[in-house]
Design a protein around this ligand. Structure first.
Ligand code: GUN
Ligand code: ZN
Length: 436
């Protein structure tokens, strides 16, 4: 009888803890290791290729290639695939000029379906296996997204945008309809297979007090859903929030006041924060999504990684496509490194790798399912090719240990380095055209 166990051989690297907190024990690297997978879950990871394999077990030999956990994108907008790389403007004008018109097209479920297909394929092509994703205000945008994610067996979190003011009429819901539509989506999709729901007020300026209060009600009714929004991305946005909510102490207070600051709340950007706001984020066990490509592309500012670490705030990386100009977490790490360099701090390769894998999973509170190769975890992983381009091949050949090879890959790499992406132990690239 043939075994359902599959074996994978390669250079395994994963995190067991946050390197910033447990430098010695955080990383595990096996130059020539063996991963056993059964029914989509990790059975074991051994440090040797001499492991005796169960009879009938299929061996996938990636000797010499890095095998790492699938990347986690903690903030991205699937309806913005056609907005990526739009010229000029900073945040508020960028939203009016490019983003809102693009999102209006999602009234058509066919647009939503086609875009979700493209988006999810692109994520997997870039080695991203889990993401926290904005839909549009249209309920159907989330139905289309979850339908496509489910077909691919992906672990994904998504939510319908709540937006009842300061946006075009065609993109506005109301406090009541936003609540009712979100609730229906939670009932239909939340915890269905690998899917989860995020209550998604776009950002404070586009929701009334009534709508933010309703978002808080949803979190009380469904405590294990996520909260996903933007916070303190751009100075003009922060000033606008201060004028719209004069009764609140600061930007974070707006969310805090309505019960939106808690564990499983993910705040994208979080650039222009006071010491006091950092401290409250940490105490609440909330998370931030650092989106370096977007912060540079839209010109929003420099994220303070050390302030986040000092306040023990959970941090993940977000591509923020279409504000960000790449789907690749490798490109995202590259820009994250430069943003810290500009502030006199060199982001360690182990820390950057953690942010894209176990750190991202932890920021989404999914660390018991994904993020590394611990036994029992879901077998989402990526094969990285250190020979993908002449420059990468030459630079990696000159690297003398796994740390410098990893750093070179993260600085020079992109989708060309993703040889294969496995979802629950199955290759994703060769699934071919799904039934669409
Ligand atoms: N703030 C409010 N909406 C958005 C958005 O769609 N993208 C970004 N980057 N920031 C936002
Ligand atoms: Zn965003």
């Amino acid at each position: 009888m043939s075994s359902s166990v599959q074996a994978f051989r390669g250079r395994f690297l994963h995190c067991l803890a946050n390197p910033a907190e447990a430098a010695q024990e955080a990383m595990a690297y096996f130059e020539d290791g063996t991963l056993l997978v059964e029914n989509g879950h990790v059975v074991s990871l051994s440090h040797t290729s001499n492991t005796e394999l169960p009879s009938g077990c299929v061996l996938h030999d990636f000797s010499g290639k890095f095998i790492v956990p699938g990347f986690v994108d903690t903030h991205v907008h699937y309806p913005q695939v056609d907005v990526i790389a739009s010229y000029g403007t900073q945040l508020l004008e960028w939203l009016e000029t490019y983003t809102f018109p693009a999102e209006a097209a999602f009234e058509n479920p066919e647009t939503a379906n086609d875009t979700a297909n493209f988006f999810l394929d692109e994520l997997m092509r870039n080695g991203t296996t889990t993401a926290l994703v904005f839909g549009t205000v249209h309920k159907e945008s989330v139905n289309a997204f979850f339908t496509q994610a489910q077909k691919r067996k992906l672990r994904m979190i998504c939510g319908k945008v709540l937006m009842d003011r300061n946006a075009p009429a065609a993109l506005c819901d109301t406090a009541e309809t936003g609540y009712a539509d979100s609730k229906a989506l939670i009932k239909q999709w939340h915890n269905t297979e690998r899917l989860g729901y995020a209550v998604t007020p776009r950002f404070a300026p586009t929701s009334t007090n009534e709508q933010l209060a309703k978002a808080g009600e949803l979190l009380t009714e469904f405590p294990d859903v996520h909260l996903h929004t933007h916070l303190s991305e751009n100075i003009a946005e922060c000033n606008w929030v201060a004028s719209l909510f004069p009764e609140q102490l600061d930007y974070l207070s707006v969310y805090e006041h309505f019960g939106l600051l808690r564990k499983r709340s993910v705040f994208a950007h979080s650039i222009h924060l006071s010491h006091n706001e950092w401290s409250r984020l940490g105490k609440a066990c909330a998370s931030v999504a650092h989106c370096p490509t977007s912060n540079l592309f839209i010109g929003s500012g420099l994220f303070d990684m050390r302030a986040a670490q000092r306040a023990s705030v959970l941090v993940g990386l977000g591509t923020d496509v279409g504000g960000g100009d790449s789907y690749s977490l490798l490109r995202t790490i590259n820009e994250a490194y430069k943003i810290q360099q500009l502030q006199g701090h060199s982001l360690a390769p182990e820390q950057a790798f953690y942010l894209a894998t176990l750190g991202g999973a932890t920021a989404l509170d999914l660390q018991s399912y994904i993020g590394n190769f611990e036994p029992g975890k879901e077998a989402d992983f990526v094969v990285l090719d250190t020979q993908a381009t002449p420059v990468i091949r030459r630079r990696c050949a000159a690297a003398h240990d796994w740390q410098s090879t990893l750093f070179a890959l993260m600085m020079l790499g992109d989708d060309r380095c993703i040889q294969e992406t496995f979802i629950m132990g199955e290759p994703s690239k060769s699934t071919g055209e799904l039934d669409r």
